[in-house]
Design a protein around this ligand. Structure first.
Ligand SMILES: Nc1nc2c(ncn2[C@@H]2O[C@H](COP(=O)(O)OP(=O)(O)OP(=O)(O)O)[C@@H](O)[C@H]2O)c(=O)[nH]1
Ligand SMILES: [Mg+2]
Length: 558
């Protein structure tokens, strides 16, 4: 199983020299690093161990201004090599780096007390005692990069530490956080990183997140050697043809498409080095990325991190929170939570009781990032998951509204929410046209039956005279029932009178070939306006057609 070891320790304590003494490679390659004699960026080298195992070494800078770089280097490692200058003992970044390693959950490693050639043994003894107290779980080895003393023992100690490491989540989908990108003439953009999980081989189709860009892997190298397929835990260089260098940099992740959420929010269980206030503004380090974030405290244990940029994360990932100094960290419980301030929800998510967090519909797809197995104990419809109780509440509410609807048309528009198309068919209602009804519900007059009778009587008594309508909906209902006919301008006439008028019209037109308004008015014996309204209705019904100031029958009517 390939593993990565990361250095840690205060500035100038001898990390890079020790890596060079162990591996033969000087990882301070930048001109500025050489000129200033300090590490600025991350360095990488392979390390052969006596038992035949090869470790990848990530060398980090110790300067307090570059802790952010140290975090990026430390996120993917499996074990640490904490380097302490034997003459100086632990200094501020010794403590800070150690705290970061613990927050990242990196528990195994070795302490190298270096530069032992430069101090007397009693001084080393004191430093060794201090180191053992500081890191009781690790072996402390005395070394000198200058004389080579202790290097073999350090290699053996690293081999022992490596034997105890169990690489987490290697079997998960492919994820690599980019720590370097560069372009090579004739090859194009190359990115490097520690492969957290999965594997990467030639021709793989991956995505660069959070950019959302699809890429195809041309070739893969592990420590400068081409390989067919790199596996989890290895230091990998991936060439990505067609990708511009500015499109991908440290902080981006190369992932199996769709396998990880990309999110502005993370629900975490906090681990505080010092109290982090609700609303605190911090830098959140996630993988090799970091982004400004606000800490929304949910209670003394949980917080929602609201980030200013989207990040790729998974349940169980560690994050580091920093301001001027390292404030603490957290374990990601939900990598794509809704916006909320609900500690109870996070507690359920932490315990894996996902179904209990679900009430209103959520996309089941969004839950797969917190689920260990299958989702059970919830209702499903299409892409949605929701609780049985919610469905019952919805039914209750809609039933109430349907019962309150106008009996003339006892339906309501269905809910307009995105889940409606999937969820509404589960309800014991009937979708007719654009409205939801109780099954088999018919329009009825309800409390308006007296009103309806009065209107029917009034219209009948008016004979050929049009009646002005008060309630158009009621009139529509009665028209559908066949007791009246609506005319223009908010008027109506009795259905019998309408038939009589129609007969008059047809008879006259068949005899004379046409009819005028005046003639029709005389024949039916009504006022000019009512005659006009009737003729317009005949036009609308397709019986007649206007020709100048006369009307003739349409072919269908004659
Ligand atoms: N005598 C002695 N000096 C050493 C030894 N290792 C490193 N040094 C000295 O310490 C200086 C710093 O060593 P580096 O390895 O660059 O220190 P570093 O921890 O990588 O420093 P940063 O990366 O800037 O944090 C070197 O320039 C050497 O002068 C050693 O084993 N013995
Ligand atoms: Mg260095």
């Amino acid at each position: 199983m390939p593993l990565t070891v990361g250095t840690a320790g205060h500035i100038d304590h001898g990390k890079t020299w020790l890596v060079r003494a162990l591996t033969g490679k000087d990882t301070d390659r930048l001109p500025e690093e050489r000129r200033r004699g300090i590490s600025i960026d991350l360095g990488y080298a392979p390390l052969q161990l006596p038992n035949g195992r090869t470790l990848s070494v990530v060398d980090v800078p110790g300067h307090e201004r570059f802790v952010r770089t140290m975090v990026a280097g430390a996120t993917g490692i499996d074990l640490f090599l904490l380097v302490i200058d034997a003459g100086e003992g632990a200094r501020p970044q010794t403590h800070e780096h150690l705290a970061i390693l613990r927050l990242l959950g990196i528990e195994r490693g070795v302490v190298a007390l270096t530069k032992v050639d430069a101090v007397d043994p009693e001084t080393v003894e004191l430093a060794a005692e201090e180191a053992s107290e500081l890191v009781p779980e690790a072996e402390v080895v005395w070394v000198s990069a200058r004389t080579g003393e202790g290097l073999d023992e350090l290699r053996r100690a690293l081999a022992r530490a490596a034997d105890g490491v169990e690489r987490r989540r290697a079997d998960r989908p492919t994820r690599l956080y980019v720590d370097r990108s560069f372009s090579l003439r004739g090859i194009g953009t190359v990115v490097t990183g520690t492969l957290w999980s999965g594997s990467i081989g030639e021709g793989d189709e991956l995505r660069v997140e959070p950019a959302g860009r699809a890429v195809r892997v041309r070739s893969v190298q592990v420590h400068d050697r081409p390989v067919e397929r790199a596996e989890a835990g290895q230091r990998v260089a991936v060439s990505l043809p067609g990708v511009e260098r500015r499109e991908i940099a440290r902080g981006y992740a190369l992932v199996e498409p769709g396998a990880y959420p990309v999110s502005y929010r993370l629900d975490v269980a906090l681990d505080e080095l010092e109290p982090i206030a609700d609303g605190a503004r911090v830098q959140a380090h996630v993988g090799t990325a970091h982004a400004p974030a606000r800490v929304v405290r949910l209670d003394e244990r949980y917080a929602q991190l609201r980030l200013s940029e989207r990040v790729v994360a998974a349940r169980g990932d560690r994050v580091i929170l920093r301001a001027e100094t390292t404030l603490g960290g957290g374990v990601v419980l939900d990598p794509a939570p809704p916006r909320h301030r609900d500690a109870a929800r996070v507690a359920l998510v932490e315990r894996g009781e996902i179904a209990a967090t679900i009430h209103v519909p959520v996309r089941a797809d969004a839950l797969r990032h917190v689920l260990e197995g299958e989702l059970s104990g919830v209702e499903r419809a299409g892409a949605w998951a929701f609780s049985r109780a919610w469905l019952a509440e919805l039914e209750h509410e809609l039933r109430g509204r349907i019962e309150a609807a106008d009996p003339l048309d006892p339906g309501i528009p269905p809910p307009a929410a995105p889940w409606a198309a999937d969820v509404v068919p589960l309800l014991p209602f009937e979708l007719r046209g654009a409205k939801l009804y109780l099954p088999g519900a018919e329009p009825t007059l309800g409390a308006r039956s007296e009103e309806a009778e009065a209107l029917e009587r009034g219209v009948a008594a008016a004979g050929m005279r049009a009646t002005k309508l008060e309630d158009d909906e009621l009139a529509r209902f009665l028209e559908a029932r066949g007791t009246l006919v609506r005319l223009g301008d908010g008027h109506a006439i009795g259905a019998d009178a309408y038939e009589v008028a129609k007969d008059v019209l047809l008879t006259e037109c068949r005899a004379a070939g046409e009819i005028t308004l005046a003639r029709f008015r005389d024949l039916v014996g009504t006022g000019r306006r009512d005659a006009q309204l009737l003729l317009e209705r005949f036009d609308a019904d397709g019986l007649t057609r206007r020709v100048g100031d006369r009307r003739v029958l349409r072919r269908a009517a004659s």
